[in-house]
Design a protein around this ligand. Structure first.
Ligand SMILES: NC(=O)c1ccc[n+]([C@@H]2O[C@H](COP(=O)([O-])OP(=O)(O)OC[C@H]3O[C@@H](n4cnc5c(N)ncnc54)[C@H](OP(=O)(O)O)[C@@H]3O)[C@@H](O)[C@H]2O)c1
Length: 238
């Protein structure tokens, strides 16, 4: 049974990915900071092993990697999904915004990956799937430090993929556009304007389930009508 570790799995895209792999019979380990969200996941899917962890805390990430591997053995698939969005513009955001966004979206993923890679390399198999964003490959007016951090996560994915080619480990970058999750709470948009988290999860499953001879390098997904823009809020003619 494949061991799948999903960070930020208590809601949104991470939860949808965790559930998708549970339905395929995988042994899923879910982490998030809040115990309430993890308890809800556990209530719905009792076989999921839930472990609280703040991915911004290096010691907590080390402990997570240690505990997961002690309880389940080597991780077959690591999904680095935990992240946070803080809109801003480089010229006007706080000076600490960049460090904040790098901590939330990059440093934990980098550290956790380094802790689970040795077992993947030793077994010559495994996958790291990083949930990046369309903001990893495009600039947006309110991208600011979030977009910088997501570009960095994509850069991490690409460099790791090159490093891992001789070792049989596949590295996938998943780049969703606007997806209906708590991140969009309060934004006055019809739900059908945004992608479903389940659709994003479907692509994670597709990347994982094809033969180990193939790596899906980048998966770019957008709402069918494209990125959310001013026209969605009636500021400019559609
Ligand atoms: N939704 C979108 O439109 C969209 C588009 C492109 C990319 N993404 C990316 O997709 C990922 C998931 O986004 P989402 O919209 O599903 O977010 P979400 O609904 O806010 O869920 C975020 C999940 O991550 C956990 N989390 C947040 N910070 C964490 C931390 N420091 N340590 C551990 N867990 C943490 C949250 O639980 P706790 O708060 O309890 O920790 C929650 O389970 C993010 O990396 C985001 O940047 C989202």
């Amino acid at each position: 049974m494949s061991v799948v570790l999903v960070t930020g799995a208590s809601r949104g895209i991470g939860r949808a990915i965790a559930v998708r792999f549970v339905r395929e019979g995988c042994s899923v380990v879910a982490c998030a900071r809040g115990e309430a969200g993890l308890a809800e996941l556990k209530a719905d899917f009792p076989h999921v092993d839930c472990m609280p962890c703040d991915m911004r805390d290096g010691a907590a990430v080390d402990a997570l990697a240690r505990d997961v591997q002690a309880r389940h053995g080597a991780v077959d698939l690591l999904v680095n999904n935990a992240g946070a969005y803080r809109p801003g513009q480089i010229a006007s955001e706080d000076d600490d915004a960049l460090l904040d966004m790098l901590q939330a979206n990059l440093f934990g993923a980098y550290r956790l990956t380094k802790r689970v890679l040795p077992a993947m390399v030793a077994r010559r198999s495994g996958m790291v799937l990083n949930v990046c964003s369309t903001a990893s490959i495009a600039a947006y007016p309110n991208g600011g430090s979030y977009s910088i951090a997501k570009h960095a996560l994509h850069g991490f994915s690409r460099n790791l993929r090159e490093e891992m080619k001789p070792h049989g480990v596949r590295v996938v970058a998943l780049l969703p556009g606007a997806t209906l999750t708590a991140s969009w709470e309060g934004v006055p948009l019809p739900p059908e304007r945004l992608m479903r988290a389940e659709d994003v999860a479907e692509m994670a499953w597709a990347a994982w389930s094809m033969s180990a001879r193939t790596v899906v390098e980048d998966i770019v997904m957008r709402p069918q009508r494209g990125d959310i823009g001013d026209a969605d809020f009636g500021d400019v003619p559609a």
